[in-house]
Write a protein that binds this ligand. Structure first.
Ligand code: UD1
Length: 424
């Protein structure tokens, strides 16, 4: 992914060592919102999404939608979208390199126009991230795909409903196929698909717009195609990764925080680890309170896997917690091949971590020390903010534009919790 030139507003200055306390509301989920934005292409009517936050990924997706004739504007804290008058346009590399989630548009455009032309998305800092599963799934439905000069020319004029079994439960491939099949005549069955809560949210959105989809959250989805989708209103789910980030920050720094709009079923694997670490957790309705008043215990073995297991997107934030807890932890990354970008930065801060292949071996230390550090991707950035908040002295974190893709004004959220952090 292209690096943004460093500039003043792209740095956070953190004076670490303070406990966190206070109350936050969890924002809307980036990973649920992005496919829903793409799916509005299919809607023949106005769509209103109750919440909107100006994440750079949302801004970018709205720019692509505008190119496709989908109007959108913010109002009353939410977002109006109108795809009537939409048009089918080529989506070039200048877009797919900025936002990988643009690949979701492949399924939506094929559903709506039976043809789509989109650039192959580039790799990114966490791995090569191929789209072979998306393509194989669409081919099973009869889409003809031609790859030329980095572009995918997809012809769905002979697309038919049918059965698709994914080789791996890819979140993006599942979502793309759901969008496409929602308006495909007949019944399509998707097997071995991702079970993430964001898939359930996409199903709920599509059904609210007239689709007939069932099974999301299990490993099989049944889609009865409808001729078209209409408009409507929808409330996107809260962000389980953002919630997890704040909980892990409080666990790492110590303190007492409460989050509203928390869904325990979305974060069971994290809650189990936090309890094993000796955090005090109280759940009430959609509220969670986390108290950590002493140095926590390492959990010896943590592995990332597809939902409902521990999410890869919280791998760096939990690595930071383990790096200052008592004991040892073996942290294994099973989803992305290159997701240990934070390790050299944490080592600079005094952490003891050794990486061997897909495993990071962490020996907990008592203290981290502030340093000049660099985020290499979104979740790496979030983890490094936590490290800065914990560390003794000043930390300057560079490449904050990665964090702005998925966290709305992260520094203000942590200021609310009493942290000494500002953008410079
Ligand atoms: C989504 C999330 C991302 C999260 C990831 C895994 C969004 C916008 N992003 O990404 O935050 O980290 O799920 O929970 O929702 N793969 C292939 N071929 C494909 C597709 C995927 O080999 O065609 C591989 C990927 O390289 C990766 C694994 O499958 O190793 C999981 O990818 P996938 O579930 O598709 O993740 P994304 O949808 O890209």
């Amino acid at each position: 992914m292209k690096e943004k030139t460093d500039c003043l507003s792209d740095k956070l200055l953190i004076f670490g060592g303070k406990k966190l306390s206070g109350h936050l509301q969890v924002d809307v989920s980036k990973n649920a919102y992005l496919p829903i934005l793409a799916a509005t292409v299919l809607c023949d009517g106005e769509v209103f999404l109750d919440d909107y936050i100006p994440l750079t990924d949302f801004v970018c997706m709205r720019e692509i939608l505008a190119k496709l004739g989908v109007k959108s504007y913010e109002t009353n804290g939410g977002l109006y979208l109108d795809a009537r008058g939409g048009k089918n346009e080529k989506i070039g590399f200048e877009w797919t390199q900025k936002i990988r989630a643009s690949i979701f548009l492949l399924g939506a455009l094929l559903g709506k126009y039976k043809t789509a032309c989109i650039s192959y998305p580039g790799g990114c800092n966490i791995g090569s991230r191929p789209i072979d599963l998306h393509i194989k799934g669409l081919k099973s439905l009869g889409v003809k795909v031609l790859e030329r000069h980095g572009m995918l020319y997809c012809d769905g004029s002979e697309m038919k409903c049918g059965k698709v079994c994914l080789d791996f439960p890819s979140v993006g491939a599942t979502e793309s196929l759901m969008m496409c099949a929602s308006v495909l005549k007949g019944t399509t069955v998707l097997k071995n698909i991702a079970k993430e809560p964001e898939i359930v949210d996409l199903q709920n959105f599509l059904n609210a717009m007239g689709a007939k989809i069932s099974g999301a959250g299990t490993d099989q989805i049944v889609i009865k195609g409808v001729p078209k989708l209409h408009g409507g209103q929808f409330s996107v789910m809260p962000d389980r990764i953002v919630a997890g980030t704040y909980l892990l920050a409080a666990a790492t720094c110590g303190g007492d925080i409460t989050l509203d709009r928390f869904v325990p079923e979305h974060n069971e694997s994290l809650l189990s680890i936090l309890k094993q670490s000796a955090c005090k957790i109280t759940l009430k309705n959609d509220m969670i309170r986390l108290k950590a008043d002493k140095r926590l215990k390492c959990v010896e073995n943590i592995q990332t896997f597809p939902f409902p297991f521990f999410p890869t997107d919280l791998q760096t934030p939990i690595m930071v917690l383990e790096s200052v807890s008592k004991g040892h932890c073996k942290l294994q990354e099973n989803i992305f091949e290159n997701r240990f970008g934070a390790v050299p930065e944490l080592v600079k801060m005094g952490a003891k971590i050794v990486v061997e292949g897909r495993c990071a071996y962490v020996e907990g230390v008592e203290k981290l020390y502030g340093a000049d550090i660099f985020a290499t991707d979104l979740r790496c950035g979030a983890g490094l903010v936590i490290a800065g908040l914990k560390a003794e002295g000043f930390t300057t974190l560079h490449n904050v534009h990665y964090i702005d893709r998925g966290y709305d004004k992260i520094e203000q959220k942590f200021q609310t919790l009493g942290a000494d952090i500002r953008r410079i």
